[in-house]
Design a protein around this ligand. Structure first.
Ligand code: NCD
Length: 374
């Protein structure tokens, strides 16, 4: 009896937490509370059952969601669109993507967002610049004042910043395997931790959810986890060890989260380094001819750096031999050479399941943000 009352109270807290997402932008994992996560994960499980049974759903009927991707995407874009459409909503995008939109004429993100927000009820945004999702949310808020339209912006990855919905599905996948309480687990994150936004968000989300886990950050020199994320996690009960030695860490791990070396970020990084070394200024503050002069050098150095990093960690069957039999192997995908295809058949490979969970999590999230939870 007593237990039942406690469960009801907890359920109510979860429901209220979920309802508080209505009309909110989703910019960073910092916006989520444990109660919200629990509510979202329960809702995602429910969505999974509904999708499995091919139930026709209609909670987003009458709503239009815009997909605005300034960077390539397969999973995030399509799973958001599938999520909206499976819930009976519709999606729009510029025919042929951003490359044929007014962005190529030089339109600012601010104006683009204000335009799209006049046509759609929410915008899913991926952009190469860290902080752009926040800027887009500010543009949408301006529209709210001027035209009384509330149009949530969903951050689908902002440069090397965050990827909050990926972190939601990553944590969902971990809890789906190990249970609601994951205290005591040892989670390894390996690869390009400097540029990989998914691991930035995941580390923060584990901290926000008060998971008492041990995290081992495994990266080559120069690609280590930015200290802002390490410190955030350490300040909230997470133990973090940093190393470049994957093989020694391997036997301890319950989860290994592998990331791609983010080749597209390397040239920008090299440009910044060169501009700083040669002129003591940020690259964007240099005159255009100077910028052009630095570009070929940066590109060459970026290729060399990239090749070195790419070879640093490859999770092949011999490396997996060192891991626990119950470990799960995650990857946000796309993968390149870091996990060879023969590993897909190993029972520990969970990255395709993880990707599938993206659909259920995004269905739950979109229903919550649009205030259409049933
Ligand atoms: C990731 C991303 O875009 O940050 N992909 C994804 O959304 N599943 C990871 C990556 O590109 O390496």
């Amino acid at each position: 009896m007593e237990d039942q009352r406690v469960t009801t109270l907890v359920d109510q807290e979860m429901q209220e937490a979920l309802q508080s997402l209505t009309g909110q932008h989703v910019i960073s994992v910092e916006q989520f509370s444990s109660a919200m996560l629990e509510g979202l994960f329960a809702e995602a499980k429910h969505m999974e059952h509904l999708v499995d049974r091919r139930v026709a759903l209609s909670s987003l009927r009458g709503l239009v969601v815009a997909s605005l991707f300034y960077e390539p995407s397969t999973r995030t874009d399509m799973s958001f669109q599938a999520a909206v459409q499976r819930l009976g909503g519709r999606t729009i995008m510029t025919g042929g993507g951003v490359t044929v939109s007014s962005v190529t004429k030089g339109e600012s993100l601010h104006d683009t967002i204000k335009t799209i927000a006049c046509y759609a009820d929410a915008v899913v945004l991926r952009h190469p610049v860290k902080g752009s999702a926040r800027q887009a949310a500010d543009a949408s808020d301006q529209l709210k004042l001027q035209m009384r339209r509330t149009v949530p912006i969903i951050n689908a990855g902002d440069g090397t910043g965050e990827h909050p919905t990926q972190a939601l599905l990553d944590l969902y996948t971990i809890k789906d395997r190990f249970g609601r309480n994951i205290d005591g687990l040892t989670i390894g994150v390996v690869g390009d931790l400097r540029n990989g936004r998914t691991v930035h968000s995941l580390l923060k989300l584990l901290a926000i959810d008060n998971c008492r886990v041990n995290v081992i950050c495994i990266a080559p020199e120069g690609l280590t986890m930015p200290q802002e994320y390490v410190q955030f996690a350490r300040s909230r009960d997470i133990t973090i060890r940093e190393t470049d030695d994957l093989l020694t860490a391997m036997p301890e791990l319950d989860v290994l989260y592998v990331t791609r070396v983010q080749r597209e970020r390397f040239v920008n990084q090299e440009l910044e380094n060169l501009a700083h070394r040669a002129y003591g200024r940020r690259f964007e503050l240099l005159d255009p001819p100077l910028q052009e002069a630095l570009r070929p050098v940066a590109e060459l150095q970026a290729v060399q750096e990239y090749e070195k990093a790419r070879e640093a960690y490859v999770i092949d069957p011999t490396v997996l031999d060192q891991a626990k039999r119950e470990m799960i192997l995650l990857h946000p995908l796309p993968r390149l050479t870091e996990i060879p295809p023969e590993v897909d058949l190993d029972p520990r490979a969970a990255y395709f399941r993880q990707m599938q969970n993206g659909l259920y999590i995004r269905m739950a999230l979109m229903a919550a943000v649009m205030g259409r939870l049933e």
